[in-house]
Write a protein that binds this ligand. Structure first.
Ligand code: FES
Length: 68
């Protein structure tokens, strides 16, 4: 099934930061707009400001920064 879904749609459906419900699409957009560190993505999207203290999402966000 997953092959039928475009990567863009998958990005919109995938939550990178669960605490703040921030999608991968939103994070990628912030990176494209110039957020090149975890702290800048955090500032731009609110991701990483939830109750887990970014324990569950920091690594994924940093990976996206490296990939984008
Ligand atoms: S999952 Fe991002 S702050 Fe908790």
């Amino acid at each position: 099934m997953e092959q039928n879904i475009s990567p863009e749609i998958l990005d919109k459906l995938t939550k990178v930061c669960l605490c703040k419900s921030v999608t991968r699409a939103k994070i990628k957009q912030a990176i494209k707009d110039g957020a090149n560190t975890f702290e800048k993505v955090q500032e731009a999207t609110g991701a990483g400001t939830g109750s887990c203290g970014a324990k569950r999402c920091r690594e994924k966000i940093e990976e996206l920064i490296r990939e984008t």
